[in-house]
Ligand binder design. Sequence first.
Ligand SMILES: C[S@@+](CC[C@H](N)C(=O)[O-])C[C@H]1O[C@@H](n2cnc3c(N)ncnc32)[C@H](O)[C@@H]1O
Length: 376
Amino acid sequence: MKKKFTLIATAAMGLESVVANEVKALGYEDAKVENGKVIYETDELGIARSNLWLRTADRVKLLIGEFDARTYDELFEQTKALAWEKYIPEEGEFPVIGKSHKSTLYSVPDCQSIVKKAIVERLKQKHGVARWLKETGALHRVEVALLKDKVTLTLDTSGSGLHKRGYRVGQGEAPIKETLAAALVKLTNWTPDKPFYDIFCGSGTIPIEAALIGQNIAPGFNREFAFENWDFIPSSIHERALEEAEDLANYDQPLDISGTDISHKMIEIAKENAMEAGLGDLVKWKQMQATDFYTKATGGYIVSNPPYGERIGDRKEVEAMYHNLGQTLQKFPSWSVYILTANEDFEKLYGKNASKKRKLFNGFIRTDYYQYFGMR
Ligand SMILES: C[S@@+](CC[C@H](N)C(=O)[O-])C[C@H]1O[C@@H](n2cnc3c(N)ncnc32)[C@H](O)[C@@H]1O
């Protein structure tokens, strides 16, 4: 019989519904959305598929247990009562990280060390180890998260964050996370048959993510995950997920994706990153001033993360550039324009109110995603 697991795909604030749509598209229809996470049930294959395919989630965690605790005794006993030996072998390494919000047990270091002690005791008993656990084996990172006295214990199946696709060999000053770049593309109505431009492409993250989406290439194809080294997940599972990804990739899908930037250096970096992503010369890269944008094509999409002008001295220049951008892009009314910026005056400077706005976080920076729908 297939084993059942509860997974938690973590999401940046504001992206929960985007992650939930991705989870549902993988076939896990029962996905439940909470603040910063999407919770759903899968089998073992679901762990591999989630890591391989989720473009906009930060990590995929495996739920081990949930309970209420207001004292360290309660935390210890209930942690110890969970069947950790089913997941962590005798040699397994299991560092414990933690967070606590609005809870009686607010000291994160204390919660971490109580959880660690409880798991050590449980594993020693169940694996029959008299002295200490060596922890020389595969990494099983445990997280203890407390929210309003509810404790959630998870194992991190991903390893490094899912934004690490393995293609970023170079970057500029302010690269956008790959997960956010993918979300910006997913939040548009772009389809792979339409032209796509990022006119502030920097290291190329947004066009690269668009190309991966356009050809249905799994974003985790070129990297490793923590679960691959776990005993309770057969190695054939990851292989099956990789085979499925290979079958589903549509390398024949023609794409018209371009990335342009004012900086020659960034264009070189973007080219290298696209090569590393296995895209060859699928994306067209060109050094260009954004306000020189010109096209004969209709119905295309511009998705960009321009400079925000937050540094002293930059603001005036960036604001003038936003104004000129509005003047330029209004000449292409059939194009849809999507701009992520922290500048609250963007619409005024650009000269037009957005069709729709969405609050998003670029790291810790609060931004808005200004969406201008093209005329049909
Ligand atoms: C926030 S960064 C974009 C980062 C990019 N999304 C990435 O992941 O690397 C803004 C980019 O806009 C470029 N830039 C600034 N002013 C520009 C202009 N007037 N025209 C075109 N590009 C410009 C900068 O060189 C920089 O690479």
